[in-house]
Design a protein around this ligand. Structure first.
Ligand code: GLC
Length: 412
């Protein structure tokens, strides 16, 4: 079997680490299969995929297409920029079609909305699977475009049951398989190398016994950096803690992410200077997580899945997750994590304080979290599900995924 993966972004965000782990799993389960990846932008994804033995081609997105996004813009503005970018999209689809002809895949697996649309234009008769990582309904223009193109797609993979329900609501005829992401449990481990977050943030070492609280992830606005800072402002200053924002802006799309300057302003405004460090983007996420005592996930909109939640759990950390969307399928409150309502800075602040004060609770949650990750988020589970789906889709396109299946799994 030869599979061609399509991914727009060259930087490693959640859907890229999901894809890398998926390709690693397929490679391990089926060493004879040929895996190729076309990227719309050069970046660290290229080297990471090549290290897995994946043939990588970089076909840079034209600027117009790269900057296009309708997540936050109003529908009219989104439609207008879409019309402006449509010429660029058409010529890019021709470029992709050439790649498809050269690779001759049995199956195309696309990652990300723009690639879903382009994959249909470029695929000819080759079955296409869309791997949907984000909610479709919330995107006024993309929702319509995907619906128009869905008839040419063999099926979709959703990263959670919550996203699967959303995709089905928009495209009732499309077969959707909810398949949870996985992570490398030998990389995300409780013990191992730890980054010196203070040095990275340019802060002096804190006093002995200081607990480290961190938000790790891209600077997308809905990831809740401001809620995190507001929550920290409510954690008693006399408790021994320091907080870190690990990550940076990685997208080319305008208006959808914080700049570091904006967040630094907020730190000042909330009198948190010296208490919160910015480490910048870190390639070695596992070592960043291990350096923390409390891992915070603070998304303000429903989180489709939330890689950092399972990564923090696998590192045996006390995780506080925003109780929304697919994220709430991953955790069980008080058992393997704590949860707070999305956007509720007071509740988040209370959970952070509770964990700072309660060593036993941190330990207990971390231990159960690691056990959950070992049971549910390991590579072999993902590759078994994906390989069987590929087989059904490539050899019997159209009936790869049972349609209308409804189920909700839970971490426990
Ligand atoms: C997207 C989603 C995120 C998910 C990731 C991997 O980035 O927003 O929730 O964890 O994809 O599926």
């Amino acid at each position: 079997m030869r599979i061609l993966y399509l991914n727009a972004c060259g930087q490693i965000g959640g859907s890229e680490s999901s894809l890398l782990e998926l390709m690693a799993g397929v490679r391990a389960a089926q060493p004879d299969w040929d895996l190729a990846l076309a990227l719309g932008e050069d970046g660290p994804v290229r080297g990471r995929a090549q290290a897995l033995g994946v043939q990588v081609m970089v076909a840079p997105f034209p600027k117009m297409l790269a900057r296009l996004g309708d997540a936050t813009a109003n529908p009219a503005a989104a439609l207008w920029s879409l019309l402006q970018a449509s010429g660029a999209a058409a010529s890019y689809a021709r470029e992709l079609a050439q790649i498809v002809r050269a690779v001759q895949p049995d199956l195309i697996h696309s990652n990300g909305f723009k690639m879903h649309l382009l994959s249909v234009w470029a695929s000819k008769d080759i079955p296409v699977l869309w791997h949907v990582h984000d909610y479709v309904r919330a995107r006024p223009v993309m929702r319509r475009l995907l619906r128009w193109h869905a008839g040419h797609c063999a099926g979709a993979i959703a990263n959670s049951w919550s996203v699967a329900a959303d995709v089905r609501a928009v495209m009732p005829k499309l077969s959707v398989a909810p398949i949870y992401n996985a992570i490398d449990l030998t990389t995300f481990t409780p013990s191992g190398n730890e980054l010196d977050l203070d040095a990275l943030a340019g802060l002096p070492a804190p006093p002995e016994g200081t607990l480290r609280v961190g938000l790790v992830g891209v600077f997308a606005r809905w990831k809740g950096h401001k809620v995190f800072l507001e929550a920290l402002a409510r954690v008693p200053a006399e408790l021994p803690w320091r907080a870190y924002i690990v990550g940076g802006p990685i997208y080319q799309t305008d208006g959808s992410q914080w700049s570091r300057g904006e967040l630094a302003e907020e730190v000042k405004r909330l009198n948190l200077s010296g208490r919160v460090g910015f480490t910048g983007f870190q390639d070695d996420v596992a070592s960043a997580l291990r350096a923390l005592d409390i891992v915070v996930h603070a998304s303000t909109r429903p989180e489709p899945f939330g890689m950092v939640i399972i990564e923090g759990m696998a590192c045996g950390k006390a995780v506080i997750a925003s109780n929304c969307g697919g994220a709430s399928e991953l955790v069980s409150d008080g058992v393997n994590a704590l949860v707070h309502a999305p956007g509720d800075a007071a509740a988040l602040g209370e959970r952070i304080s509770r964990l700072i004060l309660n060593h036993d609770l941190r330990l207990r949650l971390g231990k159960t979290a690691r056990a959950t990750a070992e049971r549910l988020y390991h590579r072999a589970r993902l590759s078994t599900e994906i390989v069987s789906l590929y087989r059904r889709t490539a050899f019997h396109p159209g009936n790869g995924i049972p349609a209308g299946e409804e189920r909700r799994t839970h971490a426990l």
